[in-house]
Design a protein around this ligand. Sequence first.
Ligand code: AMP
Length: 285
Amino acid sequence: MKVFENIEPLKVYLSSLEKGTSIGFVPTMGSLHKGHLELIKKSKQTNQITVCSIFINKIQFNIEEDYIKYPRNNELDTSLLTEENCDCLFIPSPETVFPNNYVYKKYELGTIESILEGTHRPGHFQGVCNVVERLIDIINPTKLYLGLKDLQQCKVIEKMLSLNQLEDVIKIEFCETIRNQNGLALSSRNERLSEKGLVNAQALSKTLQYAKEQILMNDEPTHISLLEQKCINMITEKGFESVDYFSFVDYLFHPIEQKSNPKKPAYILTAAIIEGVRLIDNIIL
Ligand code: AMP
């Protein structure tokens, strides 16, 4: 695997590839787990070259402590990517990605930016868009691999590409959430949980599953706000300190008030804090 810390040598390598070489790109913040590696596998299946980036993007963290405590495991990550036969790793410093004179962009993302994660993490999605645009500008991928665990982020990046008229140039592949045997969505942040915390954290996916069953199995219309409150209580009873949201939205991310037998997909999304660690998860209806 070729490893680059700087932009110019990476660009030289990429431009040495035969014209038309398909490049799959997997952006990550490192501390890789099977969820990330699944994205690498998917990319390798359809592209001639797979590039992974590891960059903990400070500007998408609205709480400094969260940035400082974000796990860092560069050596192990590099060996995992090598085992996976990833072709290329880009692992730049903060100054390489955003030099002092860097002009950050402001994206008109619309309401998707101001709900759910957007409400609880102001500025987060602007930070995400800035870094993803910067990285795709350097790498020029054919395909971008994103995990549905970060469902709202998937929608935001899709929107950012369309604002840049890149939706036909870079195809996004959305990949299923990879979970442990108890249903907990794999996340680099899980590393910060104690053994007990890891067990209790299952409540998030179990409650999403419960909510889905309540919606799909009941013939009577479901009272969504009552169900949301019940689910929030279930999560806090299982040891979470707090729940930022547990929300039902339609495929356009508009809140669902009542069960409406949707023909298009709808989602339940949640974010909650356990042992000081903020976890997110979602389920499709
Ligand atoms: P991160 O390193 O958390 O920024 O994630 C990098 C990419 O991996 C994003 O597209 C995530 O959505 C994706 N990802 C993270 N966790 C999982 C998971 N459990 N299953 C599938 N994809 C994931």
